[in-house]
Every structure is written in structure tokens, then in C-alpha cells.
Write a protein that binds this ligand. Sequence first.
Ligand code: XMP
Length: 516
Amino acid sequence: MASRPSVLVVDFGGQYAHLIARRLRGLGVFSVLASASWGLRGVEGEASGLDLRGIVLSGGPASVWEAGHDGIAEWAIGMGVPVLGICYGHQLLAKVLGGRVGRAPRGEFGPTTVEVLDEDVILRGAPPRIRVWMSHNDAVLEAPPGSRVLARSPGSPVAAFEYRLGGTVVHGVQWHPEVTHSEYGLELLRNWASQTGALGTWSPGDIVGELVDHVRREVPPGERAVAAVSGGVDSTVAAVIASKALGDRLTPVFIDHGLHPEGEVERALRLLRASGLDPVVVDASREFLEALRGVRDPEEKRRVVGRLYGEVLAREARRLGARYLVQGTIYPDVIESGARPGADVIKTHHNVGGLPRDLGLNVVEPLRWLYKDEVRVIASRLGLPRELLEKQPVPGPGLAVRVEGEVTPEKLRILRRADRIVREVIESHGLQRGLWQYFAVLTASKATGVKGDRRSYGYVVAVRVVESREAMTANIAKLPWSVLEEIASRITGEIPEVTRVVYDITPKPPATIEWE
Ligand code: XMP
């Protein structure tokens, strides 16, 4: 994968490094992340495996005076490829090139107007003033000797600069061109990337053959593999690719953990079959419920589900004589803050139920270099059902993180009914388009109600409906009151154990999308 023309994005701990890589990939530039926390040698090591065409130094929370990252900036400048510094990266490059960095005349946070002084390469065709997204206290006060100042703003005397010497081409921008709030951001990145020779060389739809070869290389002839499939896009795409590579040496395995929303198992199996897979279905629901008994802490629930999922999968692999496991892990899971790609540190949260790594199986991850939107492109190139692409995400631990506190069969039964009503009402009004997720949560609260002239004391159900692009942030959906009323009246009317329905009006951040 990495042998194609690539740009290395060095992550200095800002929240935007993945966004930079994704934007560049969207422009057809294969981009790989390296964390500054690996140190210069780690970053160099990552770069040495690439056909390196450019380097981006990202933003980050530190001050250039404290973090000791000069070595990485000096290394980048010496590599003979175009270098772009963004925010912290901009200041770092200016500093090591001999410019002056210090306290900004004023901090700039949020939308800021930048005055373009010189169009040069990166600002070619930009209007004289652009509204951009800034977030900084320090600023480049004087540009490095021999460089040109390309833009300024009230808080950034050198909001953008260009430095050229021999084969060295360095650009820095104080703002964040990678965020959609920045005008001219994508054009700026495209202009910069046009110097790398990598523009337009990457297209995820074209790499199906490469991914199939990868799996074929990883699983030696005569060996069998299982693929963990959940019915979600990533695991389905990984399994379809593996099945192209291995034919009947691959067995997809669907584990029913008994924590799925109503109808989800049938739907997942239907979609898997429509994708050309014929999974072995393992009903382990009793085991999971047993393991969850008395467990109240959300992260502990995730660990219990993940651990057991791994055990059941390993058991099934043994039964099938498979020593290899194909998983749909994607790039953001691989490269969480600070984790080296080879180091296998994965957030418990987001892979298939937080699978443990010590299952005694060789793990094959054909999608480990890809972002979600790229996996979707591959899914449609593979001709997988549209419904699969449009499905709302269901967390790996399923309803276990939507029942507050201990999970019991009774609570699952109540929650499934409430959840079905939420879905039915929203879909009957055709409101599902544009919604990222909509579901019910069974809270640990109880409240008093009157039903048929009798006082009753029952569960409080919360309804969560959000809009989002990629789950990093989310807004609450402003559903019509009449729809919310219909949901509340149906849930309390049809489910005797529920006395109240509340609507969660908290965006992400500060709340997460899931309740737990
Ligand atoms: P949060 O709740 O962190 O969720 O805002 C962001 C997205 O991730 C999904 N999610 C999970 N997916 N295992 C998963 O596979 C999990 O433990 C998990 N928790 C949350 C969530 O549904 C949302 O789309």
C-alpha cells in the first residue's frame, strides 16, 4: 500500500491530523500519519517505507518553545520534498528556519479574516481576503530570513509564508485549511499538493485487486481463515475481499451476542448474503448475558463483550481449523493518538467489540490503511447493497451500552420495543434521511406515571436522534414536536413498564452519541 506516491502527515497531537490526511486523500494523494510522539527516529522509520513526495506538519497543543520537536522540523526541511506546516507546524518551521515566534498580538480562535499579500503557489487564485479557521495564542512575528510573507491577519503578522532554497520548498499557514469552515482550504491543499507530483495518484476504488493480493499473501496456501462479520460496512467489505482471495478457505462467522436491536440479526444476515457471503451463525446470546450479569460500568461492559466475542470467535476458528482471522479494522482504529501502526494499540471502543489481540490467531486486516469513506467507495465498487452503505452504525457491544447499568433480559426486551417504536415513527414520517443515528435508551431512572387512573412507577426511556457526518461531532435533530409526542405516546401506551420518555438535547461534544 505504502509503495505508491505518498505524503507523510506528522501529527503533533492536534485534533486535525486525521482530517489533513483525509482531505489529501480526497484530492487523490495517498497520505499516511506518523505521530511526533514516536520521536524523530520513529517518524523517519515511517517515512523510509514510503515513496515520499511531501511532508505536512500538523497543528498541536504545545508551544514551539517547550516541546522539543525542532529535530522533526529540521529533518522534514532536509528531505528535499515540499513541506507544509499548519498552525503549530507553521510556527515550528518558521522557528527552525530563523524566524521569530512569540506571543501573538492577540489570540485568534474561530473564524478570522486573513489578508492575502502574495498569491504564490499555495494561495494561487485566492481572493484578497479569506475567512479562515484559527486557533492559536502564539504567532510567527517575523518570517524566516529569505522567505516571503504570503498573508497576514490581526493576530498573525506572518499568517502564511514561503521559503525556497535550492530544492527546499517550505510553506507555512497559521490557519487550518483542512477544516470546512476555512474558505479556500481545499484549494490551498490542492495547490500545495500540486508540487508533490502525487496529486490524483490515489483512488480507493482502484485498489480492490491490491487488497485481494494482500490477503492472499498473508494467508499461506493450505491455511484457512475466519472473518468476523457484524453486518456493518467495514467487516463486510473485509470479508468480501478475503473471500475473493481465499475462496472456500474463508468462513465468515457471525456471532449473535443477543444484544442486537430488534430485527438486526435477520437484517445483517440478509445483507451479508446479498453481499455474496454465507456466514456461520453462532448463537452465543446466553453466554453473553451470563457474562454481563452484575456488570454496571460501561467500559467494563465493553471489555466483557469484547473478551467473550474473541473467545467465541477463537473457539469457532479452532472448530473450523482456521489459524487466520480477517478483521475490518480501519485506519483511524489502527493509528489512534500515539499508537504506531505496528504496535496494535486499538481503542477498545471502536473495533469489532474491542477484540483482544491475543486470540492465538494471525490477524489479517486488509482495510487497515483506509478511512471509512474510502471503505464505502470500495463497497460500492464491489457492488454491495446500498442498504448496507446507508445503515446506521450499531455499536459493537450493541444494546449493552444503551441499557444504563446492568443488562438483563427484561430490560433488553423493553428497550427493543421502545427502540422499534422510535424507528417506526421516524421512518413513517420519512425523517430518516439526513439522520446519523436514532435510537432509544433505557435509563437507570424510574419515574411515576398514571396509567388508566392508576399510579405506576416505571422506566424512563431516553430518545437519542442525531445528525452527524462521521460521528466525531454531532448535532441533535430538531424533530417536529408532533413526532416527538407520537413517540412518547406510543412508547408509554404500548410498553406497560415505561412511564416516561425524554428527548436527549445534548450535542457531541460535550456528550457522546451513545448513552454510555
Ligand atoms: P460515541 O458514543 O463515542 O460514538 O459518540 C461514536 C460512534 O461510534 C459508535 N460507537 C461504537 N462502535 N463499539 C463500536 O463498534 C463501541 O463500543 C461503540 N461505542 C460507540 C456510535 O454508535 C457512534 O456511531
